[in-house]
Ligand binder design. Structure first.
Ligand code: AMP
Length: 620
């Protein structure tokens, strides 16, 4: 397939164009590019500021600010400064609930499986929008340094990211005005940075040990004929360098009176990090601090640091052993170990890994903060067609998906996915007693199916009549090596099934593909905004429907006043539906949600007491 790139500003097609690699990190993000002169990947940035903190501050007038300036607002404006947005990407509130106290900003605690949203000053932001701000900053940075437009990128994600998290990352890229050529696993990128996998005749087994500021991941990869397979992953999404700092703070606290502990906790954190870095570089740490007019001398040496943090280090090795066990491998079968993340600079990390695998197997010559971005740049270079020594697997030129509520395109196979491939996704009905479902298949990059190309439609009939949301309809897209797509739909409870075969490329010239891509990029921003509006409307409509049904069935549980207020809130939400501003609709949903939440609890209590007294109650 021909590779093209599109200049978003001028709207013209370019055969040449920069393709960058982006490490979108939890704490910091980096953009890198292969230097055409040296053929080597390089991080883009001015010296001293190669990392962009992954922090978005929303100013009081609603403007997003990204990077080091935003990071400074973490302490002064905790409620309007979003950090760790990567932990929220593609997640529902249920997924992150256990860690809710960790966030200083408001995350809407909606109870169902919907993706989370953040609220700042009455405006609602999805993690996709916030990540897009970070990506846009990296794009601007790359453009200002190279003086060229940057519109294509490879973005890395943790190997354990699921489809929803990967799709969210892809959407964030699109929103930032980038065509995402591929989403690459972070351990794969780290391996590429060390040149592993470039020689397609060799087979290698690689362990990637990634200890960052707040997260720990270990992955075992098998690289064969240039194809990377993740054999296993393990980790702890809340274990990192910050925890080592915390142990130092606790160590110091034992020398202070208890009355000062709360104050000391806050003020010693940064000092602890400084002490950690200092002892890791071979110098003893000593510093005086004054807390409530009392002076304390804080000291730390390397041996003490190693011994008080040994249990944290052991935890990472336990994960590593689990990952090896899952991959059914012994340490002797591993060819290379790669160190990623700033915390691998702690000398005992390398030492303990060398003890396990052998000194010569540990790769740490590249900067551990940069290695993922460098690898992403290498992959970007390959996908841009700049290297003919590497075989590129065949990919789909345009995304394939189906129409969902509100006429939205739901992508099952994203463009540039290697073929053959198979994707499965589950859907359900939106109306009670629905017995058939039409599945319309589309090809293209636009958010609304009306703007894409319809390939075919299949009708699944014979779904047993059930309440909305209960049937489980599994849609499978199977794209074979010849580019033939088979779509299959099956209702799992009854087993009814339908399938059709489609040739997606049929009748599409290269020029058609280029035009469809160009359209999708030049409309990316408005398309994504429209998608969010349609999603908000659909959500509001469903909520009005559910609350209406609740009122019909359970009016006895509510007081007269409550019924009136609920109806009023439903009405104002109904009125907001015609408003083109998604935030107004989301505010209406939020208000209705807050108000009706206690009702559900009452219903539960009623169900429990009825169950106890042996009476039967209706399903809601
Ligand atoms: P990352 O998320 O990969 O940027 O990792 C940042 C983490 O690495 C933070 O917890 C830092 O304290 C830690 N770190 C950075 N440099 C060093 C160093 N020289 N020694 C020990 N830890 C470090």
């Amino acid at each position: 397939m021909a590779k093209i790139s599109i200049n978003i500003k001028s709207g013209t097609l370019e055969k040449e164009g920069l393709v960058v690699g982006i490490d979108l990190g939890t704490t910091n993000s980096i953009v890198a590019l292969v230097n055409p002169e040296t053929g080597m990947p390089e991080v883009l940035g001015r010296s001293g500021e190669l990392l962009v903190p992954s922090v978005v501050h929303i100013t009081h007038d609603g403007m997003p600010v990204v990077g080091s300036i935003a990071r400074q607002a973490l302490v002064s404006h905790p409620q309007s400064t979003i950090f760790s947005v990567k932990r929220l990407l593609g997640r529902s509130y249920k997924d992150i609930e256990a860690h809710a106290p960790y966030y200083t900003y408001r995350i809407l605690d909606e109870e169902d499986d919907k993706l989370v949203r953040v609220e700042v000053n009455g405006k609602y932001y999805t993690p996709i929008e916030l990540s897009a701000e970070i990506l846009a900053e990296l794009k601007r940075r790359a453009e200002s340094i190279t003086g060229k437009s940057v519109n294509r990128a490879v973005i890395t994600v943790p190997a354990y990211f699921n489809d929803s998290q990967r799709q969210a990352t892809r959407d964030a890229g699109k929103m930032a005005g980038l065509e995402v050529l591929r989403i690459v696993n972070e351990p794969t990128a780290a391996s590429l940075a060390y040149g592993l996998g470039m020689n397609t005749s060799e087979t290698k087994t690689v362990v990637v040990y990634d200890l960052g500021g707040g997260t720990f991941d270990v992955s075992v990869l098998r690289i064969e004929e240039g194809v990377f397979e993740v054999l296993s992953t393990q980790g702890d999404t809340y274990l990192g360098g910050d925890d080592f700092d915390r142990v130092i703070v606790h160590f110091w606290l034992q020398f202070m009176p208890e009355a000062l502990h709360a104050e000391a906790h806050k003020s010693l954190r940064l000092l602890a990090e400084e002490a950690k870095k200092q002892v890791c570089s071979g110098r003893e740490f000593e510093e005086s601090v004054t807390l409530s007019d009392e002076n304390f001398r804080l000291t730390l040496n390397f041996d003490t640091f190693e011994s008080i943090t040994r249990s944290l280090m052991d935890r990472t090795l336990d994960c590593l052993h689990m990952a090896l066990r899952d991959a059914k491998l012994s340490t002797g079968e591993v060819d290379d170990v790669i160190l990623v993340g700033g915390s691998t600079r702690m000398p005992f990390v390398k030492q303990r890994l060398a003890d396990l695998f052998g000194h010569d197997k540990v790769n740490d010559s590249l900067n551990p903060d940069e290695v993922v971005a460098l690898g992403a740049a290498v992959e970007a270079d390959v996908l841009a067609g700049n290297r003919n020594d590497i075989l590129l697997l065949d990919v789909t030129p345009l995304s394939l998906g189906i129409e969902t509520l509100g006429g939205l395109m739901d992508v099952l196979i994203p463009r540039n996915t290697k073929i053959p491939c198979k994707y499965v996704k589950s859907y359900t009905t939106s109306v009670d007693g629905q017995v058939k479902m039409s599945i319309a298949v589309y090809q293209g990059e636009r958010e609304l199916v009306a703007e894409n190309r319809k390939l075919g439609e299949l009708l699944l009939t014979g779904i047993p009549a059930m309440p909305a949301g209960l049937p489980k309809i599994e849609v499978t897209f199977l794209l074979n090596a010849d580019g033939i797509l088979t779509v299959e739909a099956k209702e799992l409870r009854s087993g009814v099934q339908q399938n059709i075969e489609i040739k997606p490329q049929y009748g599409l010239s290269d020029a058609d593909v280029e035009r469809m891509l160009l359209d999708s990029l030049s409309h990316a921003k408005e398309d994504v905004a429209l998608r969010m509006l349609v999603e908000a409307r659909t959500e509001a409509e469903q909520m009005i429907y559910t609350v209406g049904r609740f009122l019909e069935k359970n009016a006895a549980l509510l007081s007269e006043d409550e019924i009136i207020t609920t109806k009023q809130r439903c009405e104002s939400l109904e009125n907001a539906l015609s408003n083109p501003d998604k935030d107004t609709i989301l505010q209406g949903i939020d208000a209705l949600n807050e108000y009706t939440r206690p009702f559900a609890e009452r219903l539960m209590n009623k169900a429990v007491s009825s169950a106890l007294s042996g009476t039967h109650i209706d399903n809601v």
